[in-house]
Design a protein around this ligand. Structure first.
Ligand code: BG6
Length: 569
C-alpha cells in the first residue's frame, strides 16, 4: 500500500453539526454547479497541478520526465450514484473504495451523492460506519483522512428494499427526485448493479416500470453499470441482453469486465498502436504462438457457492481471457471511440470458430485442485472449501487452444490458461516469435532462443523483450538476454485501481472499456459449446492437480503435442 506524502484534500470538509441528510453547502433545489473555486480547481490542468502540489513534492515530480503528459482528467457531471447490493462484498471491497479514492483526488464533482440500496436494515450513520471500517481494510491509499471521509460520508444515504419488490422502485423514484433537488445532482443517475446476477433482471425491470430509466423526465442522463457475470451461457446472456434492452438503450449500458480497467491492459493498445515497430511483425509471419496466463495462488476463498455455479470457464475464460485475447489480436480501430474499438474486438471473437464436441475434447482441458502447498503453507483441496460440494465436478483451472481464423492470425495458436491455487499470482501475455530462418550460431554453447515479448499485466507490471546477445569473450557464444521495462521504475505514480478507472469512465459516459451486448454474446458463443460438450461427457477424475502446482498434466500435454511448452513465469 502506498501512503501519500500528505493527505489529499478533496471536497469541503463537513460543517460541524450539519444534518447528515443535507447537502453540506448548497441550498436545496439550487442548480448544479462546478465545485467552488476555494474548494477545488476548475480546470483539469489546474487540478493536476494542485494534486501534484498536494500529494508529492514538486522536485520529485520534476525529477522523472516520464511522468509528464499523464492522463488528463475530466470532471464528471453532478450525479446520483445508485448502488444496488451496497451491503455486499463487492461494494465494500471495490466499488466504495474506488468512489472514495476518486473523491479524495478531486475527480468527483461537489454535487455527487451515493444512494446505497440493500436488503438489511441500516440507519445512514450505521451504514456509513461499516463503509468506513471497510475502507481501512480495502482502500489502496491509507490512512483515511477524517475530514475527507466526513465530507464524502455526508453524501451517502442508505435505502432499504428488496430487489424483487415493486414498491422499492416507486419509493426510490420519490427518494431520488428529492435527493436530486436537495443535492443539485441535475437528474443524472448512474445505477450500479453490484448484486448477485439473479437480481439483475428484477432490478432492471423494476427501474423500467417506475420510469427510472427515462432521460427526458426531469432531464439528466441515466446509465446502468452491470457487473459480471453477464449470463451463464449464450442463451441466458441473450435473454439478459433482451431484458436490459427493453428498458435501456445500448448506449446507456456499461457491462463490466474489470480487467479492461487495469492500467496494463489499457496499455496493450498503446503499446501496439502507439509504436511503429511492433505492428508490422504482429502477425502469423513472425509470431509462432501467443500464451495468455491468468494465474492465482488464492483458492475460492469465501466464494464457494458462487464458484460452484461458475467454474473457471465462466469466471475467467468467457470474460477476462477473451478480452485479453481480443486486445492482442484485434486490428487497429479507426478511432479510440467506444464503438470503433468494440467493433474490432467483436471481429476477433467472430473469427474464433465455435467448437464441436470433438474440438472441445482436443483443445480444452479442465482441472480441479486437490490439497497441496502454496507459499510454504498447506492448503485444502477445492472439495474441502466452504460451501463446495464434497464431490464437486466444478473446474478451478481451464486451459485452451484457440485459433483466430483471419488474415493476420491464420494458423497461429493462442494458448489460454487460468487457474486458482497455482504457485503464484501472475497475469501475462507472451507473444512468442518464430526462430530465425537460418541457424548461423550453431557452434554456440546454447541455442539462442527465439524472441519473446511478455506483457506483464500483474504483478510486477511491465514489458519484457527477449533477444539474443553475444556473450563477451573471444569466441562466438550466444545467449538470450532481457530488455525489461517496469512501470514502477519508469513512472513514479501509482496506477489507479481498475474500478476507479471504470467508475470514472461510466460517470463520464465513456463506454470504451465496457463490453457491448454483441461482444458478450460472441464470447459466450465460444464458451457455451465447450460447456455443452462437457455436460455430455462422464465427470472428470477430479482433483487432477495439486494446489501449488501449475495445473493438470493435460494442460502440459496440450502444448507438448504441438512441440511447445507453457512459459515458466
Ligand atoms: C474476478 C473473479 O472476476 O477476478 C475472481 O471472479 C478473481 O475469481 C478476480 O479472483 C481476479 O481479479 P484480479 O484483479 O485480482 O486479477
Amino acid at each position: 500500500m502506498t501512503r501519500p506524502a500528505k493527505p489529499g484534500k478533496p471536497g469541503k470538509p463537513a460543517k460541524p453539526g450539519a444534518a447528515p441528510d443535507a447537502a453540506p453547502d448548497r441550498p436545496p433545489g439550487a442548480a448544479a454547479a462546478p465545485r467552488p473555486p476555494d474548494d477545488a480547481p476548475l480546470t483539469a490542468r489546474a487540478m493536476r497541478l494542485a494534486r501534484a502540489g498536494k500529494r508529492r513534492p514538486a522536485a520529485k515530480a520534476a525529477a522523472n520526465p516520464l511522468r509528464e503528459g499523464l492522463r488528463l482528467e475530466r470532471m464528471p457531471d453532478p450525479a446520483l450514484f445508485v448502488l444496488f447490493g451496497a451491503t455486499g462484498d463487492l461494494a465494500h471491497r471495490k466499488v466504495v473504495p474506488a468512489l472514495f479514492q476518486l473523491w479524495r483526488t478531486n475527480l468527483l464533482p461537489h454535487e455527487f451523492s451515493v444512494v446505497a440500496i440493500g436488503r438489511r436494515p441500516y440507519t445512514d450513520e450505521a451504514f456509513r460506519a461499516e463503509l468506513r471500517a471497510s475502507l481501512d481494510q480495502f482502500s489502496r491509499v491509507l490512512p483515511i483522512e477524517t475530514a475527507v471521509w466526513d465530507a464524502f460520508a455526508e453524501r451517502i444515504t442508505y435505502h432499504r428494499g428488496d430487489f424483487g419488490d415493486e414498491a422499492l422502485y416507486d419509493g426510490l423514484a420519490t427518494r431520488l427526485d428529492e435527493l436530486d433537488a436537495k443535492r443539485g445532482t441535475g437528474g443524472n443517475r448512474c445505477y450500479y448493479l453490484a448484486t448477485q446476477p439473479s437480481a439483475f433482471a428484477p432490478i432492471i425491470g423494476g427501474l423500467g416500470r417506475a420510469g427510472l430509466d427515462h432521460e427526458h423526465h426531469g432531464g439528466g442522463w441515466r446509465r446502468i453499470v452491470v457487473e459480471k457475470p453477464f449470463g451463464r451461457d449464450l442463451t441466458s446472456a441473450i435473454r439478459l441482453n433482451r431484458e436490459v434492452g427493453k428498458v435501456f438503450r445500448e448506449s446507456q449500458v456499461y457491462r463490466i469486465d474489470h480487467y479492461l480497467g487495469k492500467e496494463t491492459v489499457r496499455n496493450i493498445l498503446v503499446f501496439r498502436f502507439g509504436n511503429g515497430i511492433f505492428e508490422p511483425i504482429w502477425n502469423r509471419r513472425y509470431v509462432d504462438h501467443v500464451q495468455i496466463t491468468v494465474a492465482e495462488s488464492i483458492g475460492v476463498e469465501k466464494r464457494g457457492s458462487f464458484y460452484e455455479e461458475a467454474g473457471a470457464s465462466r469466471d475467467f475464460l468467457q470474460n477476462h481471457l477473451m478480452q485479453l485475447l481480443a486486445l492482442v489480436a484485434m486490428e487497429p480501430p479507426t478511432t479510440f471511440g467506444a464503438d470503433a474499438l468494440r467493433d474490432e474486438k467483436v471481429k476477433v471473437l467472430r473469427a474464433i470458430e465455435p467448437m464441436t464436441p470433438a474440438d472441445a475434447a482436443a483443445n480444452v482441458v479442465r482441472g480441479q485442485y486437490g490439497p497441496g502447498w502454496v507459499a510454504g503453507e498447506p492448503v485444502a483441496g477445492y472439495r474441502k472449501e466452504p460451501d463446495v460440494d464434497p464431490e464437486s465436478e466444478t473446474e478451478t483451472y481451464i486451459g485452451a487452444r484457440l485459433f483466430v481464423d483471419d488474415w493476420r492470425w491464420a494458423g497461429v495458436p493462442f494458448y489460454l490458461r487460468a487457474g486458482k491455487r497455482l504457485p503464484k499470482r501472475a497475469t501475462e501475455i507472451a507473444v512468442q516469435f518464430k526462430q530465425v530462418p537460418h541457424a548461423l550460431f550453431k557452434g554456440s554453447n546454447a541455442d539462442p532462443e527465439a524472441n519473446l515479448l511478455a506483457l506483464r499485466i500483474q504483478p510486477d507490471e511491465g514489458i519484457l523483450l527477449r533477444f539474443a546477445a553475444k556473450v563477451p569473450g573471444l569466441g562466438v557464444d550466444v545467449r538470450s538476454v532481457n530488455m525489461d521495462f517496469t512501470y514502477g521504475s519508469a513512472f513514479s505514480v501509482d496506477s489507479p485501481d481498475a474500478y476507479e478507472t471504470l467508475i470514472l469512465d461510466a460517470l463520464l459516459g465513456d463506454a470504451s472499456l465496457f463490453t457491448r451486448s454483441d461482444e458478450v454474446e460472441k464470447a459466450w458463443g465460444i464458451v457455451t459449446p465447450v460447456l455443452d460438450a462437457w455436460a455430455d461427457e462422464p465427470p472428470p477424475a477430479f482433483p487432477n492437480y495439486a494446489a501449488g502446482s501449475w495445473g493438470p498434466e493435460a494442460a502440459d500435454a496440450l502444448l507438448l503435442g504441438d512441440g511447445r511448452r507453457w512459459r515458466r513465469i
